[in-house]
Design a protein around this ligand. Structure first.
Ligand code: NAD
Length: 255
């Protein structure tokens, strides 16, 4: 197993990509901390699924838009499993509003859940890594929209662009401590965040047609990349983004 004995915290871990990361990490022998803010019953069911397969997981309720909650989440991980090895800043939301429509509240909420959470999660994890010694790994989950405009989802794109720069800056600053910071930029993934697209056959046809591999990713295909990055086989990767998008960012129109 690739992650035996490593403690990994996954924010937004009871749904979609986070849930897949929890299952994949536990299957590779990690001790998993599942952060969640809603649907405690889904966290309970996920823990039962992990334990039934012989893995170890606990849940911690923490709203990652609040710095105190983020710090409590990291402290709980260390109190439960004795150390921290990997933080995955995965939690995220979108408002699907344009520059013209986005309200101050929309903007603040998206920035707090997507970007502030990743910044202070990175800070809390890095402080723990420095205190315990031996380095560590911080993964952030941005999106192809860290770099690729999505009209009608303005605040989301801005938050993901911020995550890209957080990864690069923190990776450079923290490298001398042996701490790696790597960002994953998924393309379209079949999760609840895309429910409205998935329920519309016309939108799905257009989306699948724009993806060179011809389909959305399964959440497990993003989790596989997380396992690789956390496995010790990616030890020279830091301050960079790994794009996992089926080729969609290359955006050929083929006229
Ligand atoms: N699905 C995609 O196509 C796609 C593509 C690129 C990037 N992403 C990113 O992947 C990440 C996971 O998204 P997903 O597709 O699995 O969607 P999802 O809606 O299934 O999962 C998002 C998770 O974040 C949690 N969350 C929201 N606000 C929170 C808060 N304040 N505190 C703690 N947790 C909170 C939700 O409860 C949920 O568990 C997000 O950052 C998203 O932007 C998704």
């Amino acid at each position: 197993m690739l992650l035996t004995g490593k403690t990994i915290v996954v924010t937004g871990g009871n749904s979609g990509i986070g849930e897949a990361i929890v299952l994949a990490a536990a299957a590779e022998g990690a001790n998993v901390v599942i952060d969640y803010v809603a649907h405690p019953e889904e966290t309970t069911a996920l823990i039962a699924q992990v334990e039934a397969a012989g893995g170890r997981a606990v849940g911690v309720r923490a709203d990652v838009s609040k710095v105190a909650d983020v710090q409590t989440m990291i402290r709980t991980a260390v109190e439960t499993y004795g150390r921290l090895d990997v933080l995955v800043n995965n939690a995220g939301i979108e408002t699907r509003t344009s520059v013209l429509e986005t309200t101050e509240d929309d903007f603040d909420t998206v920035m707090a859940v997507n970007l502030k959470s990743a910044f202070f999660g990175t800070q809390a994890a890095a402080r723990q890594f420095v205190a315990q010694g031996g380095g560590g790994l911080i993964l952030t989950v941005s999106s192809v929209h860290e770099d690729w405009p999505m009209p009608g989802n303005a605040a989301y794109c801005v938050s993901k662009g911020g995550i890209r720069m957080l990864t690069r800056t923190a990776g450079v600053e923290l490298g001398p401590h042996g701490i790696r910071v790597v960002n994953i930029a998924p393309g379209a993934v079949a999760t609840p965040i895309n429910a409205s697209t998935e329920s519309d056959p016309l939108k799905m046809k257009a989306l699948d047609g724009a993806i060179p591999l011809g389909r959305m990713a399964e959440p497990a295909e993003i989790a596989d990349v997380v396992v690789f990055l956390a496995s010790g086989r990616a030890g020279y990767m830091t301050a960079t983004t790994v794009v996992v998008d089926g080729g969609i960012m290359q955006g050929s129109v083929g006229l």
